[in-house]
Design a protein around this ligand. Structure first.
Ligand code: PLP
Length: 408
């Protein structure tokens, strides 16, 4: 296994006990833990540079602006975008709402279709539902196959000239499945549809290149990639950002304001209404720097190793069902499962008594949960600071649950 074990000491939160046991954090698909480098960068910003940005008639504000814009450049480069193609916002959810309300609202009409996948997180479903109420566009879903990959035959069949936008998650937060975004984008572009990529799970775990993907829009959240909460990223191709309307209005995003109309600031600022998440951007840049220092290939290798180990060990537990591909080459580190008929919340509670944090529920993907006939699952998800002994502890906890519930 790529030896990232030494990294654990970079994450102060991991050095504590929970319910009398060492904390074992297996919920990074929800939110990741933060290394000292990120915590310190935010602390340093507030101690030395804090001022509002883009308003500066004074040195401190100019310094804050410089650091904020340098953060943008660093984050953009991380996904092979230009700084002008990257707008900061509150997170993946707000980025996808921006696309639905800024592009969808103005470009969709009755008879049009939004083609999504059944694997989408609610963040890439509900904004389109809200906008379709205004536009009359219809939502259609690509199902998945029995091996938890996207049904590409069904996708091809559904992709007709009514489809104006395809929304796809690059990596499922429930199944772990990595979707063939480039292949989907090529097909969508052939019929003139745009591709909106939910990369909330992908950017933290695999090297993402927006140009190689040929994504028209792509969204991700800092908090899942070692960065702070409260900030996310919308990437858009420059020509689309130029013509797309802002979904939020207010200060900072205007060029001029008259009594009854306004003109917008240049891209990407027209998508950043109000005081932006400044310290958060500094923290996100520090997270990117930290990940780059490790190298995204090493991040991915570690994840493949530990997920493979988890799939082997969990797969050996009787009556345990894993929902997701078992081949690590096309999946990430989110492993959802059920154990006999024990409710996932009971599993999570028993594991919590051993200091192990897993998530239980529908994971904000109810249409997917319904399609799996599994309204709730338990989910263990891994990141760079997880080691094999975390998986061993999880397996021991699940064995205890079997005994408590008398599973034969
Ligand atoms: N999309 C996916 C695939 C996710 O896993 C999540 C978070 O769990 C989101 C979108 C929403 O991200 P956020 O809550 O940071 O906006």
């Amino acid at each position: 296994m790529t030896d990232l074990a030494d990294l654990r000491s970079d994450f102060p939160i991991l050095d504590q006990k929970m319910n009398g046991h060492p904390l074992i954090y297996l919920d990074s698909a929800s939110t990741s833990q933060k290394p000292n480098a990120v915590i310190d960068a935010i602390d340093d910003f507030y101690r030395t540079t804090n001022a509002n940005v883009h308003r500066g008639a004074y040195g401190l504000s100019n310094d804050a602006t410089d650091r904020y814009e340098a953060a943008r450049a660093r984050v953009a480069a991380f996904v092979n975008a230009d700084a002008g193609e990257v707008a900061f916002n509150r997170g993946t959810t707000s980025a996808l709402n921006q696309v639905a309300y800024g592009w969808g609202l103005y470009n969709l009409k009755p008879g049009d279709r939004v083609l999504l996948t059944l694997m989408e997180h609610h963040a890439n479903i509900v904004p389109w539902q809200l906008v379709s109420r205004h536009t009359g566009a219809e939502l259609v879903y690509v199902p998945h196959t029995g091996d938890y990959t996207l049904d590409l035959d069904a996708f091809t069949e559904l992709l007709d000239d009514r489809v104006k936008v395809v929304g796809v998650t690059a990596m499922s937060n429930v199944l772990g499945t990595i979707n063939p975004v480039r292949q989907i984008a090529d097909a969508a572009h052939q019929i003139g549809a745009l591709v909106v990529v939910d990369a909330a799970q992908a950017v933290p775990h695999v090297a993402v290149d927006v140009r190689a993907m040929d994504a028209d829009f792509l969204a991700f959240s800092a908090h899942k990639m070692l960065g702070p909460t409260g900030i996310g990223v919308l990437y858009g191709k420059a020509e689309l950002l130029e013509t797309m309307e802002p979904a939020e209005g207010g200060g900072e995003m205007i060029s001029d304001v008259q009594l009854d109309s306004s003109t917008w600031a240049a891209v990407p600022h027209k998508f950043e209404a109000g005081t932006p998440p400044i310290a958060e951007a500094i923290g996100l840049a520090a997270a990117v720097e930290y990940l780059e220092r490790i190298g995204m290939d090493a991040v991915r290798n570690h994840e493949v190793e530990i997920t493979g180990y988890a799939l082997d060990r969990l797969g050996a537990i009787d009556a345990l069902t894993i929902y997701g591909p078992t081949d690590t080459s096309n999946r990430g580190g989110a492993v959802s499962f059920t154990l006999a008929d024990i409710h996932p919340h009971d599993l999570a509670t028993i594991l919590d008594q051993r200091g192990i944090a897993v998530r239980a529920g529908h994971h904000c993907a109810r249409p997917l949960a319904r399609s799996l006939n599994a309204p709730a699952t338990a989910r263990a998800s891994f990141y760079i600071y997880n080691v094999r002994s975390d998986v061993d502890a999880l397996v021991d906890g699940l064995q205890e649950a079997r005994e408590i519930f008398g599973v034969a």
